[in-house]
Design a protein around this ligand. Structure first.
Ligand SMILES: [Zn+2]
Length: 267
C-alpha cells in the first residue's frame, strides 16, 4: 500500500510538471514570436515592448496570454481590429507541445533544460529560414554559446574527461563538415544549414548528431516531394533546409535512443 501511494503522489507531481512545462513553453513561444518577427528586421528584442504593428498601441498583459488572448480577441487587434496572423498562436501552441514532449521524455533533469533550449533556438531559426531563406549570425552565436554552456555544465556534473568533450564537439563538426562538402561539390544547400547542423550537433553528441543528419534528409526528401506533388512548389523553387534539421533534431530527441538500439542490434 505504502509503495503504491508513493507512486500515485509521484504521478500527481509529474502531471503538474507536464502542465507547467506546456504553459512555460507557450509563454516562451510568445517570446519566440517576437524573435521571429524582429530579428530579420534588425529590431531590438527588448525595446519597445510588444505593440500592434499597425496602430502601435502597446499591448497589455491580458493581450499577451499565449493562445488564449488570440481566441478571446477573435484574432484581431483590440484597438484597431487589424487581423493578427494565426501563425502567432500556432507557434505558441507548438512550442508548448514541444516543451511538454521533452518533459515527458526527459523528466525533471538538466537534459530537459538543455533540449528545450535547443528546440527553442531551432524554432526561431526555422521560421526565419522559411520566411527569408536566411540564417542570422546572431542566433547562430547564441546557439553555440548555449551549447557550450550546457556541455561544460554537464561535464562538471558528470566528471567528463577530454574524450567526452571531443565527442560533443565532433557532433557539431562532422555533419557541418559533410554539408560543407555538399555545398562545395554541388552548390546545393546553404552555409546557414552548416551553422544549424553545428548548433544541433554540439547539443546532441556524435552518434545522435549523425542520426539527426540522416533523419533531416529523409524528412526533407519526403516533405519536398510532397510539396512538389501537391504543386505547392516546383522543382526549381528553393526549399529551406533549416526546418528539416529542426524536425530531424526533434525526432532524434524523441525516438533516437530506440532507433540507435534497434540499429545496433543488427551489428
Ligand atoms: Zn492595432
Amino acid at each position: 500500500m505504502e509503495v503504491k501511494k508513493g507512486v500515485d503522489n509521484m504521478g500527481n507531481y509529474l502531471v503538474i510538471y507536464y502542465v507547467f512545462s506546456f504553459i512555460m513553453g507557450s509563454i516562451i513561444g510568445s517570446f519566440l514570436n517576437v524573435c521571429i518577427y524582429r530579428i530579420p528586421r534588425e529590431e531590438s528584442l527588448a525595446y519597445p515592448s510588444s505593440h500592434c504593428p499597425k496602430c502601435n498601441n502597446k499591448l497589455k498583459w491580458r493581450d499577451l496570454i499565449p493562445i488564449i488572448s488570440y481566441m478571446f480577441l477573435k484574432g484581431k487587434c483590440r484597438y484597431c481590429k487589424e487581423k493578427i496572423g494565426v501563425r502567432y498562436p500556432l507557434i505558441e501552441l507548438f512550442t508548448g507541445i514541444v516543451y511538454l514532449i521533452v518533459a515527458i521524455e526527459y523528466g525533471v533533469s538538466l537534459n530537459y533544460l538543455k533540449y528545450v533550449t535547443l528546440l527553442s533556438i531551432l524554432i526561431v531559426i526555422s521560421f526565419i529560414d522559411m520566411q527569408t531563406m536566411d540564417v542570422y549570425f546572431s542566433i547562430t552565436v547564441t546557439g553555440v554559446i548555449f551549447g557550450l554552456i550546457f556541455l561544460v555544465t554537464q561535464g562538471i556534473l558528470q566528471n567528463y574527461i577530454l574524450k567526452d568533450y571531443i565527442y560533443y564537439i565532433l557532433g557539431g563538426i562532422v555533419p557541418a563538415g559533410i554539408i560543407s562538402l555538399i555545398i562545395l561539390l554541388t552548390g546545393g544547400m546553404g552555409w546557414g544549414d552548416v551553422e544549424i547542423c553545428f548548433i544541433s550537433g554540439i547539443f546532441l553528441g556524435l552518434k545522435r548528431s549523425l542520426l539527426m543528419f540522416l533523419l533531416s534528409f529523409i524528412i526533407g526528401t519526403v516533405i519536398s516531394l510532397g510539396l512538389i506533388l501537391c504543386e505547392k512548389k516546383t522543382r526549381k523553387d528553393p526549399i529551406p533546409f533549416g526546418p528539416f534539421i529542426a524536425l530531424g533534431t526533434l525526432c532524434t530527441l524523441i525516438f533516437g535512443d530506440n532507433i540507435l538500439l534497434w540499429y545496433l542490434s543488427f551489428i
